[in-house]
Write a protein that binds this ligand. Structure first.
Ligand SMILES: [Fe+2]
Length: 487
């Protein structure tokens, strides 16, 4: 039995393929079309998925008619009346051979299943928080041997994700895309408007919240004198406080020790870290692709209804070339910034070693140098990829492992590693293990043996505004545009 999960037509279209109970393929449409956050599928990603065979079942990640009922209620008539985006009709545009059965799973169930089934947990509490799917914006439930049980739901327009997106727009950025910039900006500001946000916009309740007004279309020029930095710092604190409240409530009510966190809001690694420190849960799992794109895997997993065999996020296009450890290592030790495009592409927004730009993280100049290569602002920090066994020596991590860069941690020596330390002294850490990525692990291990430094600066193989490199051709294009050698 071969099951395709598909998420598309909202933002970040993606396909995942599950063969019996194993995740064998998962990728984003944008990597093929080269259009960032592409909401549409394309024949190239479908052809890549077809390398694993024709689908027996295609599972769509949300219920389109329920979504349309919410769009009608919200006055989004153009979306609600557009029948070309009904999934079955939409899929007829593509060449998908074979006779497949078509199924649908609810939006938040897709989120929850994409987190729980690959988690390796026997049972877990699952919190899913996003901007909006059908009607639900937040859901808390448990997965146990008896299946899924819902504990709490919050419906549109009560969305903490929409509130964060409204602040993203208020700060001058693009909602639904640039939330990570607001999270980064928050450390440059003072959270002086936290009380004002609670007074005007959102009410905290025990493990829940209510918006005081509908913020779907933004908050206009709320507090016109306030600086973007202070607004960002304030909404970040409010978001963290509300998420910690929800997680503590979930811990108390569920009685379970494992937490799975999913939905687009779980991309907020600063909030994730507070939840890890303050919620009382013992262990955490966030699938490396917690947003709607990851729900392609969740839709398929929910249909299967069994724990997934999951070897990590390296599930996309394969670049089949020998891993040139020696040359990469010599270049890195010699102070060169290098690209690596090898093996299967990462499923999720982060480059985790297979489509990465790497360098020695030490020294005062490296941050500006790599930002220049990537066309980003000179102050933007990078992430460290560190041998998992050495991570706690260098970072005060709130979790044992952070294999997908989903948690931030104070760096114990930010003076030595300014390129990977944010202005507040924290880093978004990737812990690298031999089992998940043996080539990348061996490279960092050898770098450590040669230099004494058990980590590398790791950033995505793309320039600002582009999707991550997918194919070897994309990697060659990056090398030509930047002068960086790609191996
Ligand atoms: Fe979602």
């Amino acid at each position: 039995m071969r099951i395709w999960g598909i998420s598309a037509l909202s933002h970040d279209a993606a396909i995942a393929v599950v063969e019996e109970d194993r995740a064998v393929f998962a990728a984003h449409a944008e990597r093929y079309s080269r259009l960032k956050n592409d909401r549409y599928l394309n024949q190239d990603i479908i052809d890549d998925a077809l390398q694993f065979g024709e689908p027996d079942v295609i599972v769509w990640y949300e219920r389109p008619l329920i979504k349309k009922s919410r769009q009608l209620w919200a006055g989004q008539y153009a979306f609600a009346m557009d029948l070309d985006d009904l999934p079955r009709r939409y899929l007829r545009r593509f060449r998908i051979p074979g006779r497949y059965k078509f199924e649908i799973v609810g939006h938040h169930m897709s989120h929850a299943a994409s987190g729980f089934y690959p988690s390796g947990f026997d049972e877990a509490c699952v919190i899913t928080v996003d901007a909006i799917g059908e009607w639900d914006c937040m859901a808390v439930g448990t997965f146990t041997r008896e299946g899924y049980r819902s504990l709490r739901k919050t419906r549109y327009p009560n969305s903490i994700g929409l509130l964060y997106s409204a602040f993203t727009r208020r700060c001058g950025f693009k909602p639904n895309e640039d939330e990570y910039i607001v999270m980064g900006l928050a450390s440059f500001g003072t959270p002086r408007y936290v009380d004002a946000i609670y007074d005007d916009l959102i009410e905290r309740r025990d493990g829940d919240y209510r918006l005081k007004r509908n913020v779907h279309r933004g908050i206009g020029d709320w507090l016109p004198e306030a600086s973007p930095e202070d607004l960002a710092a304030s909404i970040q604190v409010v978001t963290e406080e509300i998420l910690v409240d929800i997680a503590r409530w979930a811990r108390r009510v569920s009685g379970l020790g494992n937490l799975v966190l999913m939905g687009g809001v779980a991309l907020n690694c600063v909030a994730n870290s507070r939840i890890a420190r303050e919620s009382g849960f013992d262990d955490f799992f966030i699938m490396p692709n917690p947003g709607d794109a990851g729900s392609s895997l969740g839709a398929a997993a929910a249909y299967v209804g069994l724990p997934l065999r999951w070897d990590g996020p390296y599930l996309g296009t394969r670049i089949d070339r020998p891993y040139r450890h020696r040359e990469i290592l010599d270049a890195l030790v010699g102070g060169e910034v290098v690209g690596v495009a090898n093996g299967r592409a990462e499923f999720g927004p982060r480059a985790l070693g297979n489509r990465s730009v790497l360098s020695d993280p030490r020294g005062p100049d490296i941050q500006e140098k790599v930002n220049k290569i990537k066309g980003r602002e000179p102050f933007r920090p990078f992430a460290p990829a560190i041998l998992v066994e050495r991570a706690h020596e260098y970072f005060d991590l709130p979790v044992q492992r952070s294999p997908y860069m989903q948690f931030v941690a104070p760096c114990r020596r930010p003076d030595l590693f300014p390129a990977i330390s944010h202005v507040d002294g924290t880093s978004r850490v990737q812990t690298v293990s031999r089992s998940e990525n043996p080539d990348f692990y061996a490279l960092i291990e050898q770098f450590s043996e040669r230099t004494g430094c058990p980590m590398l600066l790791n950033t995505s193989l793309n320039r600002k505004g582009e999707p991550l490199a997918n194919s070897w051709d994309d990697a060659v294009g990056f090398a030509a545009a930047t002068g960086v050698r790609v191996f």
